[in-house]
Design a protein. Structure first.
Length: 312
């Protein structure tokens, strides 16, 4: 599979007016109205599809991302796009950049049933993968047999069941979730986790999941924009050697993981997307990979810094 077909578009930063991505503001429409953000989403989706990208990822909590994507799917009718979404958070930001709270998490049977129907309705029959949003070892899902059984029922609709992870305990959560079974069958077939040159702690667990037959998606490969706007000095050196900008290098590093089936990028404009997609032409050598491996930090440090990023 060529590199472009291993890339996907994530809509976390396009479906709502505020998010924690650094370097996003100047690429967005000034007013960030619903209509402006819908148009920006369609522009990015059109450009991504034209370049060969065939995976799009959304979530119930990404503001109107599912609505925007559903409208694009209805208008364009692509026959070969994989659509994944997530349940477990509810968007409560009321389309305000300064909302006191933007999303609320709840992993319950009632929340799952309601959001599954909402996602299916908005995505017009295109929903291919439905994921638990930010599963952690503390999630009630691990103890709730009724919720597990309900989630497993999605297979009857032809929908694959997956989960995403966040936080310093990603590796432990991945291993526990991969082992989870319902009626003797593995519950999950996809996993979406944060991996980037700063936060590599989930790598071995993701490799194990891939070897077990799961589809592995990588998210936040630009560290919420930090690697594009303020890359470490060592990263700048490798980027210059490969004649690319830091954003493309960060994505190329994710693509270099042989166990990464899909690498999500979160571009919010066609210009940003074009810059990101230069990654598809980068081939990193052992010296490059060794230099980048030296940039990783302790997961507790990484996630503390991520938690401090403001919504804007």
């Amino acid at each position: 599979m060529n590199a472009m077909h291993r890339l996907g578009i994530g809509l976390a930063a396009l479906g709502r007016p505020a998010y924690i991505n650094v370097g996003r503001a100047d690429e967005l429409p000034p007013g960030r109205s619903v209509e402006q953000m819908r148009e920006a989403t369609w522009d990015v989706l059109d450009a991504a599809y034209a370049r060969g990208i065939r995976w799009v990822d959304a979530a119930r909590s990404y503001g109107r991302a599912e609505e925007f994507l559903g409208g694009w799917l209805t208008a364009r009718r692509p026959a070969d796009v994989t659509v994944s979404s997530k349940w477990g958070y509810t968007y409560v930001g009321e389309w305000k950049t300064d909302a006191p709270v933007h999303e609320v998490k709840e992993h319950s049977l009632g929340r799952y049933r309601a959001q599954y129907e909402e996602s299916r309705a908005l995505l017009d029959g295109y929903l291919s993968v439905y994921q638990v949003h930010s599963l952690t070892e503390e999630s009630p899902l691990f103890q709730d047999a009724g919720l597990q059984a309900a989630v497993a029922e999605a297979a009857a609709d032809g929908v694959r069941v997956g989960f995403s992870t966040s936080g310093p305990g990603q590796a432990e959560t991945i291993r526990r979730a991969v082992a989870l079974e319902v009626s003797g069958q593995r519950l999950f077939s996809t996993v979406q986790s944060t991996w980037n040159v700063l936060e590599t702690s989930a790598g071995e667990a993701l490799r194990e999941a891939h070897d077990a037959g799961m589809h592995v998606l990588l998210k936040e490969v630009l560290a919420n924009g930090r690697l594009a706007t303020r890359p470490p000095a060592g990263m700048q050196t490798v980027a210059a050697k490969n004649l690319v900008q830091a954003d493309a290098l960060a994505i190329a590093a994710a693509l270099s993981r042989p166990w990464a089936d899909t690498v999500l990028v979160g571009a919010v404009s066609t210009a940003q997307l074009g810059a990101n997609l230069a990654a598809a032409e980068v081939s990193l050598d052992e010296e490059d990979l060794e230099a980048l491996a030296g940039l990783s930090v302790a997961p507790e440090t990484y996630w503390a810094e991520r938690s401090a990023l403001p919504w804007s």
